[in-house]
Ligand binder design. Structure first.
Ligand code: ATP
Length: 325
């Protein structure tokens, strides 16, 4: 896919009435291809200046390299006035955590294994393609359908191609999912994504956010101090294997964290068919995740502003290679 100048109306019909989501960079609407009627999603990114356009182009460039069942597929892209439009595969099942909360039956550890395994498969593929996602968080994991278990990783707005010799430092993100090296403005690499896999897995298993403090600075401090523990009540029935999996990701030393490939070899993510016969431990995450979802709704705007301010400060000091917001 290359960015082509075209009229939005030419090949696709964007349904601006149906807002699928919105974020830092723009909004996502349902859309369809005129010739085939194929249902798609249109991510409209505001690009009023060269910097914003570069950010949008980066997202296209990164996505162009990717094709995997657990990674959202870029279908087309075009430029309209002050906007870049990404035509994406449409994922109709909504955000994974919202789906879990709405489900009539509670989440089991087996469900968590199935989800985490796919997240690791998607990341393993990305990392094999030398792509760092750098913005993995629950809202960027969508369910393919309303009933099935297949998930897709979305939002490559902050993703980057990893270049071994490039010392990439970044400054953005949602405090509770940031790896310590990001908070420290240190170099990021593949283990940075693996940290977030640890956070997301912890949340799936318990519904709790492992580093969440009373405010952002406390949360960031918890991340820097690697201050987390398994809440006794929430993890009461969670298997030792699952806890071992998380413990091997939420580690300060990047080299100590499991890689995606190692995660996929971890006992917790193996023999799932066999485990399905007896491991149907019901997790306590559903109620807690409800709290997470309502909390993030009001935080969304606040974080975008705070992060933009932080970025301004850092870029004016001129010392970091920064991308994003
Ligand atoms: P953020 O501020 O979280 O980085 P963003 O502006 O980069 O957001 P996305 O995360 O790509 O935008 O999309 C915003 C929301 O739109 C998602 O959380 C999701 O709910 C919805 N969405 C995105 N892509 C799709 C898709 N292909 N199919 C269905 N819904 C989608």
């Amino acid at each position: 896919v290359s960015l082509r100048p075209s009229q939005p109306a030419e090949s696709f019909t964007i349904n601006t009435q149906s807002l699928l989501g919105g974020g830092r960079f723009g909004r996502v609407h349902m859309c369809s291809e005129k010739t085939s009627g194929l249902k798609l999603a249109a991510k409209i990114i505001t690009a009023r200046n060269a910097k914003e356009k570069e950010t949008a182009l980066n997202e296209i460039q990164v996505m162009n390299q990717l094709s995997h069942p657990n990674v959202i597929q870029l279908y087309d892209a075009y430029e309209a006035r002050n906007e870049v439009v990404l035509i994406l595969e449409y994922v109709e099942g909504g955000e994974l955590f919202e789906r879990i909360v709405d489900e009539s039956s509670p989440l089991t550890e087996l469900d968590a294994m199935i989800y985490v395994k796919q997240i690791c498969q998607g990341i393993q593929y990305m990392h094999q393609m030398y792509v760092l996602h750098l913005d993995l968080k629950p809202e960027n994991i969508l369910c393919l359908s309303c009933t099935g278990h297949q998930v897709k990783i979305i939002d490559f707005g902050l993703a980057r191609r990893y270049k071994p010799r490039e010392k990439l430092r970044v400054s953005f993100g949602t405090p509770e999912f940031l790896a310590p090296e990001i908070v420290n403005f240190d170099f990021v690499s593949f283990p940075t994504d693996m940290w977030t896999v640890g956070v997301v897995t912890y949340m799936l298993l318990s519904g709790l956010s492992p580093f969440l403090g009373d405010d952002d600075s406390q949360t960031l401090n918890n991340v820097l101090m690697i201050n987390w523990y398994f809440d006794e009540d929430a993890f009461e029935h969670v298997s030792a294997e699952a806890k071992d999996f998380v413990s091997n990701l939420l580690i300060r030393e990047r080299s100590g964290r499991l890689s995606a490939t190692q995660c996929l070899k971890h006992p917790w993510l193996n023999n799932i068919t066999e485990k399905a016969k007896h491991n149907n431990v019901v997790l306590k995450s559903q109620v807690q995740l409800k709290k997470y979802i309502s909390r993030r709704l009001w935080k969304k705007n606040y974080i975008a502003i705070a992060a933009a301010n932080r970025f301004k400060k850092i870029s004016s000091s001129g010392s970091l290679t920064t991308l994003g917001i």
